[in-house]
Design a protein around this ligand. Structure first.
Ligand code: AMP
Ligand code: MG
Length: 493
């Protein structure tokens, strides 16, 4: 029995989910078990890796204590509302309390159809499983709140996508998979009673401090707004583009969830969009803050009946809470980007009335966009300018060097004014050397489809130490060459 389940969600009213077991697969084999995460979950990694563990992680066997279910949720997808989405290709096995005292949901993604599958097969191709494993674990090490990957399994079956391709199942773990869309699911039916049950559940589970407040639902809204603002600012700091920021893909826990056509950008573009289905750039890089605000507005709408007995008053309270988003997001964003150029919080106090530091950041980003410079490399190599006067390394990243040469001069002077010594350490902490670049992920996926997981394991290992120099793995630092560039990413089905 690999997990000690205690399933609080299954004790909620039946409207919240549909009980459904995973559908067994023909010939599963284990690709990887995440030993560190297994330990956190109080699960024995040896057991998970054994044939008995594989049976559970492939959905072929239900272990004792598991009450498998698919969660119901609605959602705005690219702005349009669908009242009925739900877990169409994921099944929750149950919840465990980790060794850190936190309650975690454990789900299989790609484990077969549920009541919510509509026309889908409930399955996942192997590629998206490998992608989500790599990216979510990279995010976790980078300290970004995120769902985690506990295991990847190859099903031994094929799925029909653009032709037949190998199938996979990801075991993913979250502090909870409750989404903005879960609230919308109940709100859309006018089910205020269950909405309150859900809000109380989320408060108990994630934000018990809200209970201390005289207005607990307002406190809940405030905290969720803060967490989303902080989360998206962290994505921005890393050049991460989620790709499908629909309300059903927005977790109220503040974790990054539902990795689909996500990507870390190489060349900087202010509204870089990778997803092949995002034609208007709705979820492009620079739109992520505004889109999080939009999603939170949908969340706030669901809470209106709980915020006040009078609906006008409820709306006013919701609007007041939402008005704080921009301020929190801008503060987080500016702090994080200033840190990337070595200017810490202390610098704010030093002769910075017109915010010269934020102006420096914006100028740099404009130069990067004009000069088609690589996002990760520029910030990484800026610290070399301070450490060893390697201005040439930075200049080499820009198509046109005139502007950046002048910028470096001004920036250097500003850093010296503030405190050059602390700047380097701050930059090292704020600018990863290794991120899961698209062309590396594609390479892993291609090998994976031929049954070779060497590159998957190797990339995963590199990403475990994103801030450390790894001379043997230096090629993983590099931007893609022209023929390695991945122009678009596809939805994670
Ligand atoms: P997502 O791509 O995660 O935003 O998914 C949107 C909705 O489509 C969710 O309700 C998913 O459960 C559902 N879905 C996506 N792919 C499949 C699939 N292969 N089979 C069944 N449902 C799916
Ligand atoms: Mg989703």
């Amino acid at each position: 029995m690999p997990f000690q389940f205690d399933n609080s969600y299954a004790r909620l009213p039946g409207e919240f989910y549909s009980l459904v077991a995973p559908t067994p697969v023909a010939q599963p084999s284990m690709i990887r078990v995440n030993r560190g995460l297994a330990e956190l979950l109080g699960a024995d990694a040896e057991v998970l890796q054994s044939p008995a563990g594989l049976s559970v992680l492939a959905g072929n066997e239900i272990c004792i204590g598991s009450v498998p279910l698919a969660m119901g949720y609605a959602g705005h997808q690219f702005g349009g509302f669908s009242p009925q989405l739900g877990d169409g290709r994921a099944v929750q096995l149950g919840e465990v309390i980790g060794t850190d005292g936190v309650r975690y949901d454990i789900q299989l993604k790609g484990s077969g159809p549920t009541r919510f599958s509509r026309r889908g097969d409930g399955r996942s191709a192997l590629g998206p499983v490998l992608r989500e494993y790599l990216v979510s674990e990279a995010m976790a090490v980078l300290d970004v709140p995120t769902t985690r990957a506990l295991a990847a399994v190859s099903t031994g079956e094929s799925v029909m996508r653009d032709g037949m391709i190998a199938g996979g199942i990801l075991t993913r773990v979250a502090q909870s998979f409750v989404r903005v869309g879960t609230f919308q699911w109940l709100a859309a039916r006018g089910d205020v009673e269950n909405l309150k049950v859900l809000a109380d559940y989320v408060i108990d589970r994630h934000y018990p401090e809200a209970k201390e407040s005289e207005t607990p639902y307002r406190a809940l809204l405030d905290i969720v707004i803060e967490r989303q603002a902080a989360l998206v600012a962290q994505w921005m700091q890393l050049g991460f583009i989620h790709g499908v920021m629909n309300t059903d893909n927005t977790a109220v826990s503040g974790e990054t969830i539902d990795y689909g056509p996500c990507a870390f950008m190489d060349t900087y573009e202010s509204n870089k969009t990778f997803s092949s289905i995002d034609h208007q750039g709705r979820y492009g890089f620079g739109n992520q803050g505004p889109m999080a605000h939009w999603n939170l507005s949908r969340f706030a709408e669901t809470l209106v009946p709980l915020l006040a007995s009078d609906s006008d008053q409820g709306v006013a309270i919701a609007e007041e809470a939402l008005d704080r988003f921009v301020e929190i997001y801008e503060r987080e964003l500016q702090q994080r980007f200033k840190a990337k150029i070595g200017l810490g919080v202390d610098a704010d106090d030093l002769a910075n009335a017109d915010d010269v530091d934020w102006k420096l950041v914006r100028e740099l980003l404009t130069l990067m966009e004009d000069g088609k410079a690589d996002f990760t490399l520029v910030f990484r190599q800026l610290s070399l300018v301070l450490e060893s006067n390697r201005d040439d390394k930075v200049l080499a990243l820009f198509d046109c060097t005139k502007g950046i040469a002048a910028w470096l001069k001004v920036w250097r002077a500003r850093v010296a004014e503030v405190d050059g010594g602390a700047a380097v350490a701050l930059m090292h902490r704020s600018n990863p050397i290794f991120i899961p670049r698209n062309h590396r992920i594609e390479e892993v996926i291609e090998a994976g489809y031929s049954g070779d997981f060497e590159l998957f394991h190797r990339l995963l290992d590199v990403l475990q130490h994103p801030f450390d120099e790894q001379p043997k793995n230096a090629v993983y630092e590099d931007a893609p060459t022209d023929d390695e560039i991945v122009p678009a990413t596809f939805c994670g089905t």
